[in-house]
Design a binder for this molecule. Sequence first.
Ligand SMILES: Cc1ncc(COP(=O)(O)O)c(C=O)c1O
Length: 378
Amino acid sequence: MSSKRIVPVNTPLFIGNEKKYLNDCIDTGWVSSDGSYVKKFEKEFAKYIGVDHGISVCNGSLAIDLAIAALELKEGDEIILPTFTIISCISSIIRLGLNPVLVDCCPETFNMNPDEVIKKISPKTKAIMVVHIYGLPVDIDPIKEIATKNNIKIIEDSAEMHGQTYKSKKCGSMGDISTFSFYANKHITTGEGGMVLTSDEELAEKCKYYRNLCFKAESRFVHDDLGWNYRMSNIQAAVGLAQLECIDEFILKKRDIGKKYQDRLKNLSEIFQLPIEKNNFAENIYWVFSLVLKQGLNFSLKDITNYLSSHGIGNRPFFWPMHLQPYLLKQDYFKNEKYPNSEYIAKHGFYIPSGLGINDDDINFVCDLIEEAVNELS
Ligand SMILES: Cc1ncc(COP(=O)(O)O)c(C=O)c1O
């Protein structure tokens, strides 16, 4: 009996020195954050992005926590961020007693709209969180210009953008402080993992201090401040270093996956909004390959994603906007605020398998099933 064919939404790819470096950790006994791969990975990743300091952590959500904590803002200070993003972007803002101020996205790129950011700046704005979404970078220049004029810090969440550029500058090199995730579906992975990057020496020192329980060299267990243990292990960093050695190849592969989907699915452009291949700032890096249902169809997002799931095709819905999060509404945030572009894509968007381990056969199978679903449901 043949088993059902399944294409997972993500499959990572390990084709380099991962096993060699992992064996080295085990053979030498260096498995904690004190091992040498942590420093090597931090140094090489920071160099690759083009900043001075890399501070590795356990995941991308905690990288955001650490970056915000290092800015040492005061209760009530405002941080502007997109409503269309992952909960990690807002959770530490709320926990630290800061005020989140939301902006809508551009419907074609899903990225925060710089004009909306400019409108939301107030005397209380102390930081802007720029989050690059799904494959194309935010149009960051106008945001940087107004931030510089008003002495506002930029936190650049580049969790999905390893190796992507904006006008030839690497994502993660343009903020005062930036963050990355190395979760298994990222362009390079450490399983779980993240990093904060900055060229500001003082911010880097604060990140290292808070990441490491605020230990002090001179009196280790006597604490002046409360921190966290957010450290990355040598095992994670060993995998990260090996992955980083392959990053150029991985980016080419992701773009190739994106191109193959574009070629196969362009005949369905009356049904789906496909990702933009390139714009004035960048060529899509396809962290995920997204599809947004157009208006006026006689089937819903649930209909098509259920169809695909029941035929073995992994898929995920889009992020659910922050202003519609039940937890935040219960806490009286964002009452009656409306962000129509984010609401539309959240209610009509999903993404299909596009991890680095996918092959051409799987891509064709996914596209066949999407065509079949559209024919059956229309
Ligand atoms: C934009 C963005 N920020 C932060 C994160 C959180 O990263 P992690 O899953 O490593 O905590 C993600 C995760 O995908 C993300 O997409």
